[in-house]
Design a protein around this ligand. Structure first.
Ligand SMILES: Nc1ncnc2c1ncn2[C@@H]1O[C@H](COP(=O)(O)OP(=O)(O)O)[C@@H](O)[C@H]1O
Ligand SMILES: [Mg+2]
Length: 276
């Protein structure tokens, strides 16, 4: 509702994982390089972890837009299902049609698809987001899928993406075979302090701020945002979104320390209320 006032095309600090807003921070760049390396070198299993809101899903979506034509992908968002349902969604996302919906039938169909695509020079990638929710049985199923291979190559590259609990799960004794197959790992941390100002301006710019009235976050305001968010993009977005609303209400395009302080206090009391 404040977009018109600031002359913006859309809200700059939405908490969706829109890849159009992707900011190439040092760590996000490294994460993408790890994924690209693991996939292009056919490393089998790749693990990307990070706390909530650090940008994991955004990285996945950006990565999906980056890969070349010869990389075919399936992206599973919230895998809280049974083995059969998991297979079904993998098959659907790769665009494979199968009448046989039994576990064996689907694995065979998937295997045929992987062989066909691989022979045509394509690299197949399965990305599973929120993988910390995968039950050990499903992780074992995924290991079996990633075992499918020709004499030369792994047929399926698997990227497991999740919160740090994913590592705890992978450390289970029963999953040691899977653990041994993880060839690339990256843990994404928060933005560095000196990147936060650029992150904010980048998102404003993508939302159309260059043609608009000059929204300005003061240096003290940015310091306060860094302090409160610890560099986590999701928290930065929540504060900045509120700040723009507050600026609109008090009819100012300059976001200063006092505005941010008020927003942070509101968010704090909100999260306290949520937790009680
Ligand atoms: N590199 C980035 N560039 C732009 N926005 C980002 C970046 N990383 C995270 N965000 C933003 O932060 C919010 C949370 O990101 P998300 O990918 O959902 O985090 P996670 O999946 O780790 O919980 C989203 O609004 C997203 O757009
Ligand atoms: Mg996510």
């Amino acid at each position: 509702m404040y977009c018109k006032y600031y002359g913006l095309k859309e809200r700059p600090f939405n908490v969706t994982s829109d890849p159009a807003f992707f900011f190439s921070s040092k760590k996000h760049k490294e994460a993408i390089s790890h994924l690209l390396y693991g996939v292009s070198q056919r490393k089998g299993i790749i693990v990307l972890t990070g706390e909530i809101g650090t940008g994991k899903t955004t990285i996945c979506r950006f990565f999906l837009n980056q890969v070349g034509k010869n990389v075919k992908t399936a992206f599973i968002l919230n895998p809280t299902f049974s083995e059969v349902q998991l297979l079904e969604s993998i098959i659907r996302d790769f665009g494979i049609s199968t009448r046989d919906k039994t576990k064996l039938g689907m694995v065979l169909e998937l295997n045929n698809f992987l062989l066909r695509e691989s022979a045509a020079g394509n690299n197949l990638v399965l990305i599973i987001d929120e993988a910390q929710n995968l039950k050990p049985g499903l992780l074992e199923q995924i290991r079996l899928l990633s075992n499918l291979e020709t004499e030369k190559d792994k047929l399926l590259q698997v990227i497991l993406v999740g919160q740090p609990e994913l590592n705890e799960r992978l450390n289970l004794y029963d999953l040691r075979q899977l653990r041994q197959r993880i060839m690339v790992r990256y843990h994404i941390g928060p933005l560095d302090n000196d990147e936060i100002n650029s992150y904010i301006n980048w998102r404003l710019e993508i939302a159309g701020a260059q043609n608009s009235r000059q929204i300005e976050f003061s240096a003290e305001a940015v310091d306060m945002i860094s302090h409160f968010s610890g560099g986590t993009p999701r928290l930065i977005n929540m504060i900045c979104d509120r700040a723009l609303l507050a600026g609109f209400v008090s009819e100012t395009i300059r976001i200063d320390f006092n505005i941010i302080k008020k927003c942070v206090e509101e968010l704090d009391s909100y999260s306290v209320a949520q937790n009680t």
